[in-house]
Each structure stands twice: as structure tokens, then as C-alpha cells.
Design a protein around this ligand. Structure first.
Ligand code: F6P
Length: 364
């Protein structure tokens, strides 16, 4: 059932990803031009809903001129803060009263509905606010591409391009020195970035969290490459990849209100390989480089389609949904069906089979 909307809010939440501004632009233009709605930007993600009106800013057409190709987010974002999830009650906010406060603030400010742009954390919070009567449509963002319910999230394509270009550059230096380069990419507990960038760059070993690996399998691959006259190797490792006889690598402790930071696997592999192969072995952590810069054309188009669709869904009264890419069309999927569920690389999917068919070592 369609609802009477006059003003919507838009916010970006979680880690930044290329394309956030492109979504904001599509939301603002569609809301103004097609429906005559006002739009307010909420600064600082959900934190901007905690009672301080100075964090709200009207967004008109003039405010979104030129932002389509810009990385980052004009609204700012945070992946920690007051909206942390409870560890004892899965799917619930640690402080449920915070959600009541946010919804009350929206009512006070005349915000009839929200477009929330973010990853799983954003979906979880959105779901809680929606349950308290605030209409919300979410837009799936993450360079990790690990959200269920959509073929791709925006930001992923740009991150893969950045990682692939970086690996291309590392290839020429590896080749010149007959070295093994170990390149750590992001992705949290999924191997989408590693697999895409690894295949896209013609890497020789790709290690993903979905397939536990052994050092011996990497050594075997390096030695096999020597027998075919290839004296260098490129090893791409997802930050969440796990040794078959070990644990996930984390950097220090969890930051307050945030998730535990992954990292360190490339260094460990480099140390292990150095003991077992003749080559020099060097490591490179691509890190936040993968989140920065201007979105690819493909991401810009996806963001524009997602942003416009989010507004149409609100107009149709179809809140409680996330926009999604299914094949070639943009759809809506109910948030409750996908919230807190992760999309992992299928062990026997065609990507994995393609890699195996090309003699890429997957570590098992
Ligand atoms: O989820 C996106 C992501 O970039 C992950 O790939 C990575 O593990 C994490 O965020 C890093 O977060 P932070 O910006 O807090 O270091």
C-alpha cells in the first residue's frame, strides 16, 4: 500500500565504498523530480539520528551536482557507535532504546521514511527501526560483496578493479626479480575480492576463507611453475583466509563498538614460504586502498539504478526491503529474509571450477 510521503532521509553507514555518492545523487534527483519530496541528508550514519538537528542537512538538486564520480560519501559514515548489536541476543541491538530514540527523532523532524545505504550492519539496524514503524528501504553496499539477496553489492566492482591493477603492477616487479609476491586483499570472511582479482590478474595461488589452505600446497604450485619455466608467482590471499591447521588472523583487539579487524595473514604466509622456497618472498597488504577512489562505470550505473529503485519502492509503500540485482534486473527483497546472513563463495561454483581448470592453486 502506498504511503503519503513528503520528506525522506538518506544516510550512509558502515565502511565507505566507492559509489555511495552516486546512490545519494540518484535518491535526491528521483525523490525531487519524480515525487516532489524533500530530502534530508543525515550526517554520520545512524549516529545522526540521535537528537542533534545540526546533523541533518537539506539535499536539493544543487547539492548533488558533480558527486556521481566522487569516492567516499558527502554524508560521512561510521562503522561503530551507539547502534552496536547485542552479542547475547543475535539480531537485536545491544541497546534497544537507541532505536526508539532514532525513530522518535525522525518523527519530530518530519522524516517520513529513510533510504539507508550500507552493509549487513546497516540492514540489521534498519530492520530494527522498520519494526518500530519507520518505513525504510536499504541499498546494499560493500566492497566485500558478501550480502545475501543480491548478485552484486556496489563498490565491489571498483575494489576488484583497484586490486587487479595493483596485482598487475606487482607482477612486473615479481617477474623482474623472480620473486614470489603475497598480496593480501580485503573481503572479511568471504573470498569474492580475492577470487575475482586473482582470476582477473592471472594470479597463480588464490586463498579464500571458504577453502582452508596449507603452505605445502602453495610450495608445490611454486615448484610446479618452475618446471614450466615460470620463475615468479603471485599469491593472492583474502584477509580472512584460514590455514587448515590454524585460525583466522586478527590485528589486535576489537575496537570499541566495532568489529574485530582482520589482517596479518600475508605476513605469516611470507614467513612460512621464505623457509621453504628458494625465491625471495615479499608481501603487500592492499588495505583501504580498495575502498577509495572513483567508482567504475559499472558501479556508477548499479548505484544509480539502486538509488532510483529505493525511492520508487518507498513511493509504492514497499518498505522493509532491500534493492537487489538479480541477473540483469533490479528487484526488491524483504529485509527479514536476508538480514544477518552471509553470501559466501560456493565451494563448487563455476568461479572455483574455472580457477581449478586454469591450474590456479586454491590452497587445498
Ligand atoms: O567491510 C568492508 C571492509 O573494508 C572489510 O573488507 C574490512 O575487513 C573492513 O571493512 C575494514 O574495516 P575498518 O575500516 O574498520 O578498518
Amino acid at each position: 500500500m502506498a504511503t503519503k510521503i513528503k520528506k525522506i532521509g538518506v544516510l550512509t553507514s558502515g565502511g565507505d565504498a566507492p559509489g555511495l555518492n552516486a546512490v545519494i545523487r540518484a535518491v535526491v534527483i528521483t525523490a525531487h523530480q519524480k515525487y516532489g519530496w524533500e530530502v534530508v541528508g543525515i550526517n554520520g550514519g545512524f549516529e545522526g539520528l540521535l537528537g542533534d538537528p545540526s546533523l541533518l542537512r537539506p539535499l536539493g538538486l544543487v547539492d548533488v551536482i558533480n558527486i556521481l564520480p566522487q569516492g567516499g560519501t558527502i554524508l560521512g559514515t561510521t562503522n561503530r557507535g551507539h547502534f552496536g548489536m547485542s552479542e547475547e541476543r543475535p539480531g537485536e541491538l545491544a541497546d534497544p532504546a537507541i532505536a526508539d530514540q532514532a525513530v522518535a527523532f525522525c518523527h519530530e523532524q518530519g522524516i517520513d521514511a529513510l533510504v539507508t545505504i550500507g552493509g549487513d550492519g546497516t540492514l540489521q539496524i534498519s530492520y530494527q527501526l522498520e519494526k518500530r514503524g519507520l518505513p525504510i528501504v536499504s541499498v546494499p553496499k560493500t566492497i566485500d560483496n558478501d550480502l545475501l539477496g543480491t548478485d552484486y553489492t556496489f563498490g565491489f566492482d571498483t575494489a576488484v578493479r583497484t586490486a587487479t591493477e595493483a596485482i598487475d603492477k606487482l607482477r612486473t616487479t615479481a617477474l623482474s626479480h623472480n620473486r614470489v609476491m603475497v598480496i593480501e586483499v580485503m573481503g572479511r570472511d568471504t573470498g569474492w575480492i580475492a577470487l575475482y582479482a586473482g582470476i582477473g590478474s592471472g594470479s597463480h595461488v588464490i586463498l579464500i576463507p571458504e577453502i582452508p589452505f596449507t603452505i605445502d600446497s602453495i610450495v608445490k604450485q611454486i615448484e610446479w611453475r618452475e618446471t614450466i619455466g615460470a620463475m615468479f608467482s603471485l599469491v593472492v590471499v583474502a584477509e580472512g583466509a584460514v590455514p587448515a591447521d590454524g585460525d583466522t588472523f586478527y590485528r589486535g583487539d576489537r575496537e570499541e563498538g566495532g568489529m574485530k579487524r582482520l589482517g596479518g595473514i600475508a605476513r605469516w604466509i611470507t614467513e612460512q614460504l621464505s623457509k621453504k622456497v628458494e625465491h625471495d618472498v615479499r608481501e603487500m597488504v592492499l588495505g583501504h586502498l580498495q575502498r577509495g577512489g572513483s567508482p567504475t562505470a559499472s558501479d556508477r550505473i548499479l548505484c544509480t539504478r539502486f538509488g532510483a529503485k529505493a525511492v520508487h519502492l518507498l513511493a509504492q509503500g514497499r518498505s522493509g526491503t532491500m534493492v537487489s540485482l538479480s541477473g540483469t534486473s533490479i528487484q526488491a527483497i524483504e529485509t527479514w529474509k536476508i538480514v544477518s546472513r552471509q553470501k559466501r563463495v560456493p565451494f563448487d561454483g563455476d568461479l572455483v571450477q574455472t580457477a581449478r581448470g586454469l591450474s590456479i592453486c586454491l590452497g587445498d
